[in-house]
Design a protein around this ligand. Structure first.
Ligand code: FES
Length: 109
């Protein structure tokens, strides 16, 4: 079961209240650290493709740098327009000093 998880980054590379863009499973993913807990959502804004990891992280919300859409990093859901579509979320776990992510099943959404 654990072989479904792939190492994507070291924990030390993402300090609390920081974010980082990583490539995982052919996708751009935005990893966030909120009070020592890690979350992963798509990095490409569902509005017009802004890079979320270059935006602002405030609490559980990431703000897109382009037109200030906000997404909840726990659910991928939009919390502020203009974006209307959720970001995909990825299952994350920490193993020692590594952050691992689980591949998403190939389902059409
Ligand atoms: S591209 Fe992110 S809000 Fe427009």
């Amino acid at each position: 079961m654990s072989e479904d998880f792939v190492k994507i980054v070291d924990t030390k590379d993402i300090q609390p209240s920081q974010m980082k863009e990583v490539q995982f499973d052919g996708e751009d993913v935005c990893i966030t650290n909120v009070d020592g807990k890690y979350y992963a959502i798509g990095n490409i804004c569902t509005h017009e493709g802004g890079p979320l990891a270059d935006g602002i992280l405030e609490g559980y919300e990431v703000e897109c740098p382009w037109h200030q859409s906000k997404f909840d990093v726990r659910t991928g859901k939009v919390t502020n327009p203009p974006a209307s579509e959720s970001e995909p979320t990825y299952e994350i776990k920490v193993d020692g000093n590594s952050i691992l992510a689980k591949k998403r099943p190939n389902i059409k959404e």
